[in-house]
Design a protein around this ligand. Structure first.
Ligand code: ADP
Length: 664
């Protein structure tokens, strides 16, 4: 419908908005004027003089007389207009009065029109009854009594006018009812559109708004009149205008609805996203004369959609395979990495269960993995397994499985990385390590024999020299050579020991021994090496017996005490303590030296691990051997240190005691 025909102001105070489309309602209900309509009286006679006389007689009634000079003419007049009564001469040439009356009665339109016959001749009963048969309501004989004729005609005029009044009143009532219903519809339409959660408006093809609901007004801040004169396009964010203008033009030429996501500018000047749906309104000739448009706020929805898209894009960009698994093991989500890793399409994966691609992920297996995750005692479960691809290939993967509390049953998120490369690298590393260990072991072994021979020869030379010139230059040189050979022998022995520890071939010669005595012995031996350090022993009274390899334990104590001296360059006390309980004995060595930073403490027990670089000499092998020896004894070794120079370090070796049964 055209806006020009529908843009009628809404009714009174109820109309908070311009009238909605389809409102053809005025605020006033229709009122009719009370004057009676003029009745027509058809006078039929073949003698013009008679017609003239009749007109004269009826003139005082103030109604309209219409003449007909024959039956045929009378029938013609009756088709043209509505008559209150017919005065019909009976004797006429051609169709006489009776024949004419019969036809009048036969026609639907004229069936009800009363006929009064006028006759000059027959008053006999047969004639009269023929007249009544064809539908006469009265029968007057000429010469006519004007009074009687007038009063008879007046009766039918009154009757006709009463009927007309009735019809008119009914029409008025019907019109009022219709107007009332239309008004109700308009109000209902307005209320409905005002409570709708979206903006609704009617616009003309050029975009001017001719009607809009309260939501639109509130959002744009345009009141009724402003909204009306305002172009809908102006309310759209400039960035989206061209798009909407093009969509409207296309919709007009195609006579089709259109949809677009657009930003609408609010009264505050900010923009929000709306879904615009426009339905064209068409005239009977199919021309588009405007649009009904709804605008639904999708701002949050769009933001969520964008977040989700970004999230999915991010997941797709990761090289790992990410699968979301339902409680019944069905795969609910698969990222691009999973598709690439497994060779199945995303849709295929979504129709599969995790155990179809991860043969190890049986229901029982998964349940035992999930239990601690579900209980919250563990955040994730990391494991290695194989994934089976579409072509049947088995790919080794490392999986991080997490339980996410969503929905009724929760879900699993499985992130799997292809570790073929890593396994290859690990294998290479293992082989290289083995080769290195084998080399060190072989080299140390081969070095021992020449070293032993060199030492023997040096000692022999010393003995020979001693008698002649012990303090000569040659004597000093020989002592230096012997000292260096000793150092080298110790180094080679350490290397050999480390190799044994690493391949688990450190053998022990176990015998019962007294640890307290051993500690004393070693301490005495070490004390002579330095007079700037004071070894303070606080061992328990009596013996501390245990089962161990005396030589190896000597090696451990020697290493701890030598380290305590080496890493306390300022000198100072070194406390050596044995703490005993029924089951364990702890050897505690505490110095006041340079300490070990906490982050370095782990690596000092590894081969070649040094916390202070090469500053203090040493290769970083001693503690590795100590650790190996203590571990072979079923004990533990640990260090405590703040790393602050002067606060020193405390090494603690814990060994299992042998509790001897009392002698019988
Ligand atoms: P090294 O022959 O290098 O002393 P160790 O295995 O005995 O080899 O010790 C490893 C490293 O631990 C040393 O290089 C040193 O950095 C650190 N370390 C060992 N004992 C002490 C200590 N008592 N105080 C400070 N640092 C120590």
């Amino acid at each position: 419908m055209a806006a020009t025909t529908t843009n009628v102001p809404g009714p009174g105070a109820e109309a908070a908005t311009p009238s909605p489309p389809g409102a053809r309602v005025s605020s006033e209900l229709p009122v009719e004027s009370g004057a009676d309509p003029v009745a027509r009286v058809l006078i039929v006679d073949d003698h013009p003089a008679n017609l003239l006389a009749l007109e004269g007689i009826l003139a005082p009634l103030g109604q309209q007389c219409v003449r007909a000079t024959s039956g045929a003419e009378a029938l013609k007049r009756l088709l043209e207009d509505e008559y209150a009564v017919i005065l019909m001469d009976v004797q006429m040439p051609g169709l006489d009065g009776l024949q004419t009356a019969r036809i009048v009665r036969e026609r639907a339109k004229t069936r009800e029109v009363p006929i009064i016959f006028l006759t000059a001749i027959s008053r006999d009963a047969a004639h009269v009854s023929r007249g009544y048969d064809v539908g006469a309501v009265d029968y007057l004989v000429k010469p006519l009594d004007p009074e009687i004729l007038r009063s008879k005609v007046q009766v039918f005029v009154d009757l006709w006018q009463a009927k007309k009044r009735l019809e008119r009143d009914e029409a008025v009532i019907r019109r009022r009812e219709r107007a009332f219903l239309e008004l109700q519809n308009v109000l209902r339409f307005q209320r409905v559109t005002d409570v709708m959660p979206c903006a609704v408006l009617g616009s003309e093809p050029d975009g001017s708004v001719y009607w809009c609901n309260a939501v639109y007004q509130r959002y744009t801040g345009l009141d009724v009149d402003a909204a009306r004169g305002h172009g809908f396009i102006d309310a759209i964010d400039p960035r989206d205008r061209d798009r909407v203008v093009r969509a409207r033009a296309a919709a007009i030429s195609m006579r089709r609805p259109f949809e677009a996501e657009v930003r609408l500018v609010s009264r505050e000047g900010t923009s929000r996203w709306f879904l615009l749906r426009a339905v064209p309104e068409r005239e009977a000739d199919d021309r588009v004369v405007g649009f009904i448009e709804t605008l639904t706020d999708i701002h949050e929805l769009r933001a969520q959609r964008e977040d989700l898209a970004e999230f999915k894009a991010t997941l797709d960009a990761t090289i790992d395979s990410v699968l979301v698994i339902e409680a019944d093991l069905r795969i609910a989500y698969a990222n691009h990495g999973a598709v690439a890793q497994l060779g199945w399409s995303r849709d295929e994966l979504l129709a599969m269960r995790i155990d179809e691609v991860e043969p190890g992920a049986s229901e029982g297996e998964l349940r035992s993995r999930i239990a601690p995750l579900r209980a919250g005692t563990s955040a994730a479960s990391t494991y290695r397994t194989v994934r089976r691809t579409r072509s049947g290939e088995e790919v080794p993967v490392e999986v991080i499985l997490q339980f996410v509390r969503t929905g009724a049953t929760g879900r699993l998120v499985s992130v799997a990385r292809d570790i073929r490369e890593r396994l290859r690298a690990e294998e290479e590393l293992r082989r290289a390590n083995e080769a290195k260990d084998a080399f060190i072991a072989a080299a140390s072994h081969e070095l021992r024999t020449p070293l032993a021979a060199a030492k023997a020869q040096a000692q022999l030379a010393m003995r020979r020299l001693r008698s002649e010139a012990e303090h000569t230059h040659a004597g000093k040189a020989l002592r230096t050579i012997t000292g260096q050979i000793d150092r080298m022998t110790k180094l080679v022995d350490d290397l050999l020991d480390v190799s044994r520890v690493q391949i688990g071939r450190l053998s022990l010669e176990l015998a019962e021994l007294d640890l307290a005595a051993l500690v004393n012995e070693v301490a005495e031996r070490i004390q002579v090496l330095s007079d700037r350090h004071e070894l303070r022993l606080s061992t328990v009274q009596g013996e501390v017996r245990l089962l161990g390899d005396r030589g190896r334990l000597d090696q451990v104590i020697t290493n701890l005490l030598s380290n305590a001296i080496r890493y306390s360059p300022e000198g100072g006390p070194i406390d050596v303590e044995l703490v005993v309980d029924d089951e364990w004995v702890d050897l505690v060595v505490r110095d006041r030296g340079i300490g070990i930073p906490p982050e370095e403490q782990r690596q000092i027990f590894e081969a070649f691990g040094r916390a202070h670089g090469s500053r203090y000499g040493g290769l970083g092998l001693g503690l590795t051997i100590c650790h190996g020896i203590v571990a072979r004894h079923g004990g533990e070794i640990a260090v405590e240190s703040t790393g602050v120079p002067g606060e020193g370090s405390t090494f603690r070796v814990r060994l299992r005691r042998v509790v001897l049964s009392p002698p019988a």
